[in-house]
Design a protein around this ligand. Sequence first.
Ligand code: FES
Ligand SMILES: [Fe+2]
Length: 358
Amino acid sequence: MDEAGEAPVMAYVRNAWYVAGWSHELEVEKPFAISILGERIVIWRTASGALHALEDRCVHRLAPLSLGRCEGERLRCMYHGLLFDADGQVVEIPGQAQIPPQARVRRYAVVDRHSWLWVWMGDVDAADERLIPPAVGLDHPDYILGHGHLDYAAEARLINDNLLDFSHLTFVHAESFGSGPQFAETPARITPLERGIRYERRTENAIGSASRRSPEPMDSFMSYDFLIPGILLMTGGVFPLGTAKACDYGQPELSQAVSGVTFTSQAVTPMRDKSARYFFSWGPHRSHGDEALRDVLMRMADQAFAEDKVMIEAQQRVIDDTEEVQVMPTVHDRGVTLFNRLVEKLARQESGAERAAA
Ligand code: FES
Ligand SMILES: [Fe+2]
């Protein structure tokens, strides 16, 4: 939300990769429907292993292609049988020889990476795979990860705001994560990145917290990048006393951690107006835990993410009932402000470029 306290404008970047689902949940030749930024999309995997994504709306009478049948690399609408190729062009109309050239639906670029299916919402020819954030996939050799997703009756932007300001941990997650007062009492270090922000928090000489019961003083470090369009990648751990100083308060080498190294990848996908899907994975580094710890963490995450959902959906209802939405940022909103400004800047550039092209 803007520092001037203006009502939030729900702008989203189109030239970005949005997570549409978990890769392993997409079965071969079983078309899957999802809305992203209010656009209906069908994604399917063919027997050859290729992934395709098209607008989920038949040109004939607007039946969803996600109810269709896969035929090789093609998809047939199962209402009256129009056949679409993977580019979205109609290649067959049963009983009709002529196919009008405008008989096509939009194609989307879709990529399977880091266990997620990523859809590029901008112009398909501009899709740039280098912009896929470096999430840690479920098959990563170093981490033992659990995963899940949660649907929200709230604007994705509100979930992004939540993930950009961890001062809420002290209050929303006191029970689940056992977060102490440090999150609310001391702002984290926030650094702007080209496509997001970096959040870093270190605690020197800390005696065991609720999440770390060792009585010996240690340094702890956590850091995440929050990247366009709404991807959180977080790691951290517990280090020998003096590590923070020794690395000049930069990022310590994770290999020096004595315990507690985990990784979480999270993705917020705006589906429709005021609905969003939140994908997450979390688990320990192999040297710092096992499947049992992963399960403990996932139970904790399920509880914590349900706590966020209660608060954010309630916040959405209040916003809906508010005629003139005004916010009043605090010191903890720096990451929120920087990220949302970046989103608005990129969205403005995109609409400017579109106007210029038109
Ligand atoms: S609606 Fe698709 S073929 Fe008629
Ligand atoms: Fe939270």
